[in-house]
Design a protein around this ligand. Sequence first.
Ligand SMILES: NC(=O)c1ccc[n+]([C@@H]2O[C@H](COP(=O)([O-])OP(=O)(O)OC[C@H]3O[C@@H](n4cnc5c(N)ncnc54)[C@H](OP(=O)(O)O)[C@@H]3O)[C@@H](O)[C@H]2O)c1
Length: 381
Amino acid sequence: METVFFTGATGYLGSYALAHFLRETDDRVLALTRAKSADEGREKLWKALQLHMDAREFWALEGRVEVVPGDLSAPGLGLGERWGDVARRADSVLHVAASLNRKSAKACLNHNLRGTLAVIKLAQDAHAAGGLRRFSFVSTSAVAGERDGATLREDQVIDWDLSDYDPYGRTKKFCEHMVHELLADVPVSIFRPSTVMGDTRFPETTQFDMVRAFNTIFQLPAFPVRPDARVDIVNANWVGEALFRLHRDPAGAGQTYHLSAGRHSATARELAEAMREHAGWRVPRMVPRLHSLTAAALDAAASLPQRTTLTYVASLFKVFLPYITYDTVFDSSKAATAIGKEPTRFTDYGPPFAAWAEAQKYRYSYAPLPPRPAKTLEARR
Ligand SMILES: NC(=O)c1ccc[n+]([C@@H]2O[C@H](COP(=O)([O-])OP(=O)(O)OC[C@H]3O[C@@H](n4cnc5c(N)ncnc54)[C@H](OP(=O)(O)O)[C@@H]3O)[C@@H](O)[C@H]2O)c1
């Protein structure tokens, strides 16, 4: 049994990994979350975990999660006097939290760069206090920057001479660098998910940005992509399981893993045809030569001073455009071999998920947390 200092446990990906920790181990979790109190933090945990379990199971398991109110962008993670206690108790660190705001350099600077530096400092103190078994950092395949026509292995991704997609990719790239430079004596794992969308077991999701962009783009009459360009979209349940297993795997120390569809990636045409078959969408015309023109038009529309549906759709499209127009996929065979399971091709599970998200108007109907059952109350006394 160990104590894991876990950031981002209340997020989409973090909740997948957390459900594994709670169900398959006796580990205790110190969950950093932006909450004013433990009660508010517990509500956030329930919001995240209800995709995975019912309230009865939640109440049976949540006692092993200690909410640590804090903030990546606050001095000392906002932990105040708790810093020393957290550092002494943490046997490992799983740093998942980040800002995914691809448009805001400020948010990425504060949450990703300054936040990760603070988590690294906490890890240094934890290592000095008793030895850290593992520091795992969730990065992103976007650290690869602008490339076309590539299937990249883990060691081929970081190239400091390439342009980055956006501030998000840039700050994550430097976070990886900080982890290697500042935790040289700690067993480190780096995880690089690609575009994570949906679950092979059910169509529900609590995260909608990417699926909304996907649905918008694939229902346009035309868009600027090569029909044979591969799009690396990976299922969240595979990524969550890989995060959990590889964080605990002794062989994972010193390793970087792509958590991506890799060779299971479908092409733009295959994705469009899968949506036509499932939901009757018309297959858009794919016109790659319009790429520069479209990018310029999106830039202009997204920066209009008035926030309208046009600016919103343009921003979404602009953010997602590099992920579908660059034919770049990330070889995930290393992670798949290590956990003994392959990711699933999006065309095999994605269409019902994309259609569900659209039918729900990109909103999840969260259930409120029912009171703690009396039996659990007794067990805790
Ligand atoms: N989803 C994807 O497609 C994808 C792809 C590649 C990489 N990733 C990486 O995977 C990780 C998780 O992404 P996700 O999709 O699960 O994101 P998400 O659903 O937006 O969750 C973000 C998590 O980060 C926490 N967080 C954000 N800002 C924070 C702050 N200032 N202080 C403390 N906690 C903060 C949030 O916690 P609270 O709100 O509770 O504070 C939440 O738990 C990120 O590192 C992301 O870069 C995701």
